[in-house]
Design a protein. Structure first.
Length: 198
């Protein structure tokens, strides 16, 4: 039996370039960006799921819990660093979780099939980390095996998870996919409108 892969959904940011909490923006079929990402992760079989909150925590917590997802709060969210949210999420995951998908709450275009491909490839190959690529460009979500979590947790403020990937580049599986969803995130109102109506 294959081991399940967990997911940490980073939803704590200030969304300064968007001008409002982008995690809460309306999406298709009555969803928000966050609820769409949660549902995609659930349908792909990622478990357990952990949503990291910060800005607009009450509303984001309500959405996450309505979808049966665990929530953890990042006290340092205002610094705007993804790393601090990732550390909070990793510490909250149970010991039985062998690997984690690091997902962004502003990637509602990610397909269930893409996540399943990432998870299934890791379950067979067992690299230290796995990242999808589109035409040579590395994207998200990135999957980290538990063996790398101590290094992620030890990174100093101002660092980024990609530093751990660079340190172990010979053990990172780059997985080519044929979808732009892995390199599309929504930082600005223009990004959002294009993704919503494109």
């Amino acid at each position: 039996m294959t081991e399940p892969v967990g997911a940490v959904i980073l939803a704590a940011g200030l969304s300064s370039r968007m001008g409002q909490p982008k995690q809460l923006l309306p999406w298709k079929n009555g969803e928000t960006l966050l609820s769409q990402v949660i549902k995609t992760a659930q349908r792909a079989g990622a478990m357990p799921l952990m949503v990291v909150t910060g800005h607009a925590a009450d509303t984001i917590t309500m959405i996450a819990e309505n979808h049966g997802t665990k929530v953890v709060y990042n006290n340092d969210y205002a610094k705007g660093e993804i790393l601090s949210s990732l550390k909070v999420g990793l510490r909250a995951l149970p010991d039985f979780c062998p690997a984690v998908l690091v997902m962004l709450a502003d990637q509602p275009l990610i397909e269930v099939e893409t996540l399943q491909h990432i998870i299934a490839t890791w379950q067979v190959e067992r690299p230290a980390a796995l990242a999808p690529t589109y035409r040579g460009q590395r994207g998200h979500p990135v999957l980290f095996s538990r063996e790398l979590w101590p290094e992620l947790l030890a990174l100093p403020d101002g660092s980024a998870p990609r530093e751990v990937l660079a340190r172990h580049r010979d053990r990172v599986h780059l997985l080519p996919v044929d979808t732009t969803s892995v390199i599309t995130d929504l930082d600005t109102p223009e990004d959002y409108e294009q993704a919503l109506h494109g």
